[in-house]
Design a protein. Structure first.
Length: 458
């Protein structure tokens, strides 16, 4: 259908080159989003103090718990849009986009009020120390006041990425990220607003990026552009979005909630350990971005090719994505193991904070390749429309098994090594489950697809 541009079409061309080209803007965008929170941590850790660093770190898991739910719904949106785009179904593509706009508006409002309301309970659940509680509460209240901007940006940019456009969302995010860093420095270093200044900087920057991408989608010349008179909910499409996205949303939210419980075990070792854990989380999230980006690329690639009914191309795309993701995990894991101390020193120079931060990195980084494997397999299955079992596997491994591990072992020892290994044991179990399930489900989902590749297609 000529109404849909071929610019973001992933159903033709060399697979490795397409995945890499599509992943690079995703990687840069994800990197910039991590810099949002890293800038907060680095600036408050060095100019306010380790208690402020611990407070900002304590909020990260809470933010992921609530925002992760709505971002999971965005996975359903991306899969539905990518499949309509791959099938060149412009009518349903328009309907999916306009339905998403209204759903995002509702989700933004809900997340704002829910986040603010649940903040005290979440901080209590994490057993947040008294010297950190007030700072963490202040940061979260301000953050959630503008969290709708984050949800809108991720949802709308997810629509563009589902159609193969991973560049334009990046351009606006670059501006927004540097705006956030500049405002962090202004509010915290110059105005001395403390953690509140870091929260206001992040909130304002998120709203700017959301507005920019919304205007872009309203002014595009493509036939799927946003038109206000077409904004209405298409219930069959809404159902498809939630059938795919809701398991992912519940999965993300429950896993993040479980991470809150893990953080409670970390918090028991005091604010120095909390600050070291905060530094570790920021560094881990940063170095895992290439694998996360390749998983997102796999979802869009598979979704488009599933819509185009290209089964063999889906199989080959999964193998290429796995190879690229595992390669990144090995190289980046070795790099950060060697540079653990300088990396933690970026956040705080206290000897105890440095000890804990390096310990967490040295224990958990070698297992990062397992996450690369699991994320790629999950990304492929989501592109095919199967999000239920991956959600089950992750909840079983990252929530149930991890909590059993902690609650069984911690009564017998007060060693920090027990919570330090909580993440790796969950990764091991999840990788085993997915490696058993994936080939069986892949054959089943692709069995009825008739290949349409032309000779020489790659």
């Amino acid at each position: 259908m000529t109404a849909i541009s071929r610019q973001g079409d992933l159903t033709h061309g060399p697979i490795a080159r397409l995945l890499i080209a599509y992943s690079i803007p995703l990687l840069l965008g994800n990197l910039l989003q991590q810099l949002y929170t890293m800038a907060d941590s680095i600036i408050v850790g060095n100019w306010v103090g380790k208690e402020a660093l611990a407070a900002v770190g304590a909020t990260a898991t809470i933010v992921q718990t609530l925002v992760g739910f709505f971002v999971g719904i965005g996975v359903g949106v991306s899969v539905v849009v990518s499949q309509y785009y791959g099938a060149k179904d412009i009518l349903n593509l328009r309907r999916a986009i306009h339905t998403t706009i209204l759903l995002t508006l509702v989700m933004g409002i809900v997340c704002t009020f829910l986040g603010i309301a649940l903040t005290p309970a979440m901080l209590w659940l994490m057993d947040t120390p008294a010297d950190v509680y007030d700072l963490a509460y202040e940061y979260l209240t301000i953050y959630f006041a503008g969290v709708a901007g984050l949800i809108f940006y991720n949802m709308l940019s997810g629509i563009l990425r589902a159609m193969g456009d991973s560049k334009r969302p990046l351009y606006f995010l670059i501006f927004s990220c540097f705006l956030n860093i500049g405002l962090d420095a202004l509010f915290v270093i110059v105005f001395h607003w403390g953690v509140a200044g870091a929260a206001w900087a992040t909130t304002f920057s998120q709203v700017i990026s959301a507005l920019a991408i919304f205007v872009l989608m309203c002014r595009t010349k493509e036939d799927w552009k946003i038109n206000f008179h077409q904004l209405k909910v298409d219930w069959p499409i809404t159902r498809r979005i939630f059938v795919i996205g809701l398991p992912t949303a519940i999965n993300s939210s429950v896993i993040s909630l479980s991470n809150v419980a893990v953080t409670a075990f970390i918090n028991a070792f005091g604010s120095n350990c909390m600050a070291g854990w905060s530094a570790y989380v920021r560094i881990h999230n940063l170095i895992f971005l290439p694998m996360q980006s390749l998983s997102m690329a796999a979802t869009t690639f598979v979704g488009q090719n599933y819509g185009a009914r290209k089964a063999d191309r889906i199989r080959r795309g999964n193998k290429v994505a796995l190879a690229l993701s595992c390669g990144c995990a090995v190289v980046l894991g070795a790099f950060i193991m060697l540079l653990a101390k300088p990396a933690v020193l970026l956040f705080n120079s206290d000897p105890d904070v440095l000890y804990y931060g390096c310990l967490f990195l040295w224990v958990q980084t070698p297992m990062m390749i397992l996450g690369a494997i699991t994320d790629t397999l999950v990304g492929t299955l989501r592109g095919l429309g199967d999000s239920k079992f991956p959600a089950f596997a992750m909840i079983t491994s990252y929530v149930v098994f991890r909590q059993i591990y902690l609650r069984v072992l911690t009564p017998f020892t007060d060693s920090i090594m027990v919570p330090a290994f909580a993440y790796p044991v969950g990764w091991i179990l999840c990788t085993i489950i997915m490696c058993v399930y994936f080939p069986v489900k892949m054959r089943h989902l692709l069995a009825n697809i008739q290949p349409h590749e032309t000779a020489g297609a790659q």
